[in-house]
Design a protein around this ligand. Structure first.
Ligand code: FAD
Length: 241
């Protein structure tokens, strides 16, 4: 019997390996990519958590990591669904999303992260663009029964929105940059929210998130601790996690 190489053993310890088993276009620039395989059995995941994909031909030595939220996972499954937004560049993540096809091998870290639902919240407020809407879908499905959810999701155009549970407001930036988006801030400003604060989950482009948080804290009087933020990307930064 041949012994696995050190690199192979390291890879198996740090990453779960599977392959793309299904790809579906779910919005204008968004693809749902199902990764399956025996190594995915028993994976633990809390909705809102993400994985980090090892992308590139160099494997452990030459590959890069890019972060994607898990859209769906069922403990009975040997699979996870990710949804990637193709932001149009030739960068590793966007290229992977654009070119994913059944049969391709994938290595990714186990689900992790603290951007998850706070069940005790009086109500839940979500705001972000396409990339954030993936985590929001998983979190909305995980809300306790009877919980109230509000929010705004921005996409470039009307066909760019994911189908999310609940009644979040959909807004379009119509070709404007998603970074520092006033469209999203204005949409949150216009939400008719209950009198007191709830818990906010803000994700997506870092500076847009800051502006939405400033609105909640300065204009609506929320405490910063009630505003959970998770910057996913920002111009000039690569591979945030
Ligand atoms: C916790 C977490 C969860 C995430 N979940 C998802 C998810 O479920 N789906 C998803 O699509 N993305 C998700 N992201 C965002 C994704 O990881 C980034 O968009 C990532 O930068 C894409 O990698 P890349 O190789 O294409 O670009 P990078 O090499 O990282 O960056 C290259 C350039 O592209 C720009 N860029 C990156 N993303 C965007 C964008 N969305 N729009 C415009 N310009 C961009 C960067 O600012 C940079 O200038 C998540 C990020 C985090 C931290």
């Amino acid at each position: 019997m041949t012994r696995p190489t050190i690199a192979r053993r390291l890879l198996d310890r740090m990453f779960v390996t599977g392959e793309v088993v299904e790809v579906e276009t779910v919005a204008a620039r968004m693809r749902r990519i199902r990764i399956g395989g025996a190594a995915l059995a028993g994976l633990r995941w809390t909705p809102g958590q993400h994985v980090r994909l090892l992308i590139g031909a160099g494997g452990l030595l030459g590959g890069v990591l890019r972060t994607y939220s898990v859209w769906h996972h069922d403990p009975a499954w040997e699979a996870v669904d990710l949804i990637g937004y193709d932001h149009g560049g030739d960068s590793p993540g966007a290229s992977w999303v654009r070119n994913a096809e059944p049969g391709q091998g994938v290595a990714f870290t186990r689900p992790e992260g603290g951007f998850v639902v706070r069940p005790e919240a009086a109500y839940h407020l979500f705001a972000g663009e396409e990339t954030a809407s993936v985590a929001f879908g998983a979190m909305l499905r995980a809300l306790p029964e009877g919980a109230s959810a509000f929010g705004a999701v921005e996409a470039d155009g009307p066909d760019g929105h994911l189908d999310l549970p609940g009644d979040l407001v959909r807004v379009c930036r119509d070709g404007a940059p998603a970074a520092r988006s006033q469209v999203l801030v204005n949409a949150v400003r216009e939400l008719d929210l209950p009198a007191g604060p709830g818990v906010a989950y803000l994700a997506g482009e870092a500076r847009t998130i800051q502006a939405v948080r400033a609105h909640l804290v300065d204009e609506r009087g929320w405490q910063r601790r009630d505003v959970r933020t998770k910057p996913f990307w920002t111009p000039g930064r690569k591979g945030m996690d």
